[in-house]
Design a protein around this ligand. Structure first.
Ligand code: NAP
Length: 314
């Protein structure tokens, strides 16, 4: 199996994958996608369950997404995951959308029902399980700051915070208008007063030192949903001087065992975790959608750990 396939491969899939046994019937669609740890995780689960299918990476550009989804359906795929930057666009390309994904407004999991595209979102529920697993707390009990609230993951996580009615939610994004628009959408979830203390239960703030510093004291959990940190040359999206020892810092990025943000958290004395746990739990939920059976979580975890051991430390 190739490391990464393209739309041209997908359009002539029987030829492009002529020698592949079991056949490749699942994939992650993204740009970039070469970093994705989903194939080792899902291939371990498929092999463990004796399912005659494999999972690949498809490098699909934004303008190719519709064609790629239709081609995958035509080629007899079981389903796909959509990752950066396709999650928001995927919603509008579905024939049917599950209620939770519609509420969240982002699709990361597609099930092919014949030629019909059915959309789901497992990122939000995956994050809830990840926070419980990594920090031993429930999202609904926390004051959360979402950095990168303008992207697909940030939107899914912020909406999940709304659905969970977390104690407080602060949205931050490089393009502030997106965070403001999302805050307006989320307002109905945060009408009731829930926590004592200063500040609104829901706000969108500017990404600058003054505003961030003011929020950190009233925050329990910082979640990085930006793509800053995916490249080795990236610096931390937040300086350690902005972080505080009481914080839990969750970096959704999993391309390094200790991301730059996690290192900044270490320097500040804060607890931190990377996106492996979210990847694991959203992947397990996707598997359950595709196969209507329980995912072999420990097998998937072991595959991710083995994959992580090959990653650079930063
Ligand atoms: P996306 O839709 O393309 O969103 C990218 C986000 O990053 C936007 O908020 C964008 O801000 C922000 N951003 C990009 N470059 C930036 C920069 N130089 N400075 C500040 N902000 C910047 O991508 P996505 O699908 O949401 O993915 C985002 C991240 O989440 C990725 O790192 C991905 O690996 C991670 N993720 C992890 C999991 C998991 O299971 N662990 C699942 C999903 C996603 P603007 O709105 O201003 O462009």
């Amino acid at each position: 199996m190739k490391d990464v396939y393209t739309l041209a491969d997908l359009e002539s899939w029987p030829q492009a994958t002529a020698n592949e046994v079991p056949p490749v019937k699942l994939a992650v669609l993204g740009d970039p996608v070469a970093h994705s740890a989903s194939p080792p995780m899902h291939n371990a689960a498929l092999a463990h369950c004796g399912i005659a299918a494999r999972y690949a990476r498809l490098h699909i550009r934004a303008e190719e997404l519709g064609a790629a989804l239709r081609a995958a359906a035509r080629q007899g795929f079981i389903g796909v995951n959509c990752t950066i930057p396709h999650k928001a666009a995927a919603l509008g390309l579905m024939d049917r959308v599950d209620e939770h994904a519609r509420r969240i407004g982002v699709v990361n999991t597609v099930l092919f029902d014949g030629l019909e595209l059915v959309g789901f979102n497992t990122d939000g529920p995956g994050l809830v399980r990840a926070i419980r697993a990594d920090f031993g707390v429930d999202l609904r009990d926390l004051r959360v700051l979402v950095l990168g609230a303008g992207g697909g993951a940030g939107r899914a996580i912020a909406m999940q915070c709304g659905i969970e009615q977390c104690q407080r939610l602060v949205l931050v994004n490089r393009t502030p208008e997106k965070a403001q628009a999302l805050a307006a959408e989320l307002a109905p979830f945060f009408r009731a007063p829930k926590v004592s203390g200063p500040g609104e239960r829901l706000s969108a703030i500017q990404w600058d030192e003054t505003h961030l510093r003011a929020e950190m004291e009233h925050t329990d959990l910082v979640i990085n949903c930006t793509s800053v940190g995916m490249k080795r040359t990236d610096s931390s999206p937040l300086a350690s001087s902005l972080l505080q020892p009481h914080l839990m810092v969750y970096d959704t990025i999993y391309t390094a065992a200790r991301t730059k943000l996690m290192q900044a958290a270490d320097e500040a004395g804060a607890r931190s975790s990377n996106g492996f746990s979210m990847l694991l739990h959203q992947g397990a939920l996707s598997f359950e959608i595709w196969f209507d059976r329980q995912a072999p979580l420990e097998v998937m975890r072991a595959a991710l750990v083995a994959h992580a051991e090959k990653l650079p430390p930063v």
